[in-house]
Design a protein around this ligand. Structure first.
Ligand SMILES: [Zn+2]
Length: 119
């Protein structure tokens, strides 16, 4: 299975890397036969999860519901926040000493692929 990408910064999440996944599916109720959509897994890297959780509430009922869930899991344990800081530190060191001697890392394109959740 292909590694997931962070919905917000579009960074590929390595296998076993700490992240927050939001699972989303829709199903009908009170309708027979019951219809169920395929499930989607939306992932956030530690930095994006922490920054979303610390940030202001997003607009839109669905975004708001997802934001509250992310806040719940990010706030429950310091592990993700620590991972976000570790990654920040790594990024900063790489920025100071670019391995290639060029202008450093290219800007990451903003992830906005028309998903349901736009933060
Ligand atoms: Zn991210």
């Amino acid at each position: 299975m292909e590694n997931p990408f962070c919905l917000r910064c579009n960074r590929e999440l390595e296998t076993g890397e700490k992240s927050v996944a939001v699972f989303l599916f829709a199903q009908t109720t009170g309708v027979r036969p019951r219809q169920k959509s395929s499930a989607r897994r939306i992932c956030f890297c530690p930095q994006c999860a922490v920054s979303l959780a610390m940030g202001p509430a997003p607009e839109g009922a669905l975004n708001f519901a997802a934001w509250q869930m992310i806040r719940d899991v990010v706030g429950a344990q310091p592990t993700l926040t620590e991972a976000a800081w570790e990654n920040l530190h790594t990024t900063a060191s790489e920025a100071l000493l670019p391995a290639t001697g060029t202008d450093g890392p290219a800007p990451i394109p903003r992830a906005n692929s028309g998903s349901y959740l736009e933060f």
